[in-house]
Design a protein around this ligand. Sequence first.
Ligand code: CP
Length: 312
Amino acid sequence: MPLSSKHIMTMDDLNAEDIALILDTAESFSEVNQRRIKKLPTLRGRTIVNLFFEPSTRTRMSFEIASKRLSADGVNFTASSSATVKGETLRDTAKTLAAMACDMVIVRHKYAGAPQMLAEVMDCPIVNGGDGVHQHPTQALLDLYTMRQSFGKLEGLRVGIVGDICHSRVAGSLVPALNKVGATPIIIGPPTLMPARSDILGAEVAYDLDEVLPTLDVTYLLRVQFERAARMPFPSNREYAMLYGMNPARLAAMPSHGIVMHPGPMNRGVEISADVADSPRSMILDQVESGVAVRMAIMYLMLGGADSGAAA
Ligand code: CP
């Protein structure tokens, strides 16, 4: 097992050496993704289940593409067409999958801790594809990869994470990930969207985006998660955009080398203007591209592809 943990459930499962190994391995797979025939035999005969109980485009598709590019058998589970609608519990679904001898499970669920529950009843490696408002570690890894590609390094970068911090599993993983690689996370947003969560302590905190922007190498906009908020945490989308939305004037206030990131999906016109989202300094589609290579690296390293002798 080349990684120090059997599972990737939170960023706590990975140390700095694991992160460097995943990013280096992803770099070799990104070359494969540029080829006309984008397929390696590395994980032939292995079965990887995408167990998604919440909607997803990027995470689910990139895990599925990654498994196909490594010749694994990728199987998609969709909650709305499964026995879940008949009342089957997550634990019983997990036991059922275990009985089918799958080799790895990627899980997305609205409840924090769902990956840990699967790990209790299944023997195979579990990867968290996003659990409630808790963590989304593979998003943090692909974000680190994208930053490293942009700057050639991670240590010393100042990364402002802006907006709906309290509902964000992306922030929940990105803050510890940045700390592990020697970068500086700064969480920025209105007090009504700031959490009292121990897993993101360790970030600097700011409430005035315009004050901090000139110091940032990366401005990372978070989606406002209207579906998770009990009530509207600000008076209007227009006011939010005025105070915290990234627009051309704010982009100009960043250092000239500064980049903009967003995990997607975006609320255009709320946390990010269309001009900025589509600008050359936006890395949003680079993040999506990185997602395939990073998830290939995770599957390869967690399923012992390195031991099979088949390499990129
Ligand atoms: N960033 C992200 O997790 O996007 P999806 O919800 O589309 O997977």
